[in-house]
Ligand binder design. Structure first.
Ligand SMILES: Cc1cc2nc3c(=O)[nH]c(=O)nc-3n(C[C@H](O)[C@H](O)[C@H](O)COP(=O)(O)O)c2cc1C
Length: 220
């Protein structure tokens, strides 16, 4: 067990939100155990998703071998991107969206009926509504859903990681077209959302600024 496993937890939501920074260099001695990573992912997947269909899928890339498969995917015009995050982090979590997520709708709603939070009638109603919605939507609809769900779970993952005393960096600088295939996933089925490096920060991140709310929100 490493020192961080049951320590450094943060329960103060303001600290979690205001002190999260995109961290590019991690303490290489810190590994996140599989049990702890499962806890983090369990909390991350409490994120909302469209019809609760939970289209997200995760690849926890932690071994040297898997990281060395990932590194070449972050080379553009001969230049390596995101190397430090990938190499020094405890893991890089590759988030994908399953374009066939609708197939698991019966399983998800049967579980709700079983736990007593939904009646059989409501289940049938929702399954029919989903069926109508999906069969009357354009092709890009499933991908839009997968990317939206994936973005929400990524954000929740980064906040949960902070609550466990870990740091993260979202990454979009890699080859999204080919990552699924390189890691043995069906590329027609799994759309790449983003990578999230996770570990214990080795140096403080740069405090970033935000636009004033007056520039990004309006009231009607
Ligand atoms: C979708 C997305 C993709 C990103 N891609 C990268 C990346 O490839 N490499 C990187 O170092 N940071 C990346 N970032 C991190 C942003 O640069 C960072 O979140 C932003 O500058 C704000 O800083 P903060 O997160 O510390 O507040 C990405 C963030 C997001 C949300």
């Amino acid at each position: 067990m490493n020192l961080h496993e049951h320590g450094n937890r943060i329960n103060d939501f303001n600290k979690i939100v205001f002190e999260r920074r995109a961290i590019k260099k991690y303490d290489t001695s810190v590994k996140i155990s599989r049990d702890e990573m499962k806890d983090i992912l369990t909390k991350a997947t409490k994120a909302p998703s469209s019809y609760n269909l939970q289209s997200w899928r995760f690849l926890v890339i932690e071994s040297e071998e898997a990281k060395s498969k990932l590194l070449p995917l972050a080379i553009f015009n001969g230049q390596q991107y995101n190397e430090q995050q990938i190499v020094t982090s405890s893991a890089v979590i590759a988030i994908f969206g399953d374009l066939e997520h609708v197939a698991s709708a019966p399983e998800i709603f049967n579980a709700e009926v079983k736990q007593g939070s939904m009646t059989e009638n409501v289940k049938e109603y929702i399954l029919e509504a989903i069926n109508i919605h999906y069969s009357n939507s354009p092709d890009h609809f499933r991908k839009d859903v997968a990317l939206t769900d994936g973005g929400l779970v990524a954000m929740q993952l980064m906040l949960v990681a902070r609550s466990y005393g870990y740091d993260t960096c979202a990454m979009g600088g890699y080859d999204k077209e080919n990552i699924a295939e390189i890691f043995g996933l069906d590329k027609e089925r799994y759309v790449s959302v983003m990578l999230v490096s996770i570990g214990k920060a080795d140096s403080d991140g740069r405090p970033s600024t935000r636009k004033p709310i007056a520039d990004v929100a309006e009231w009607k």
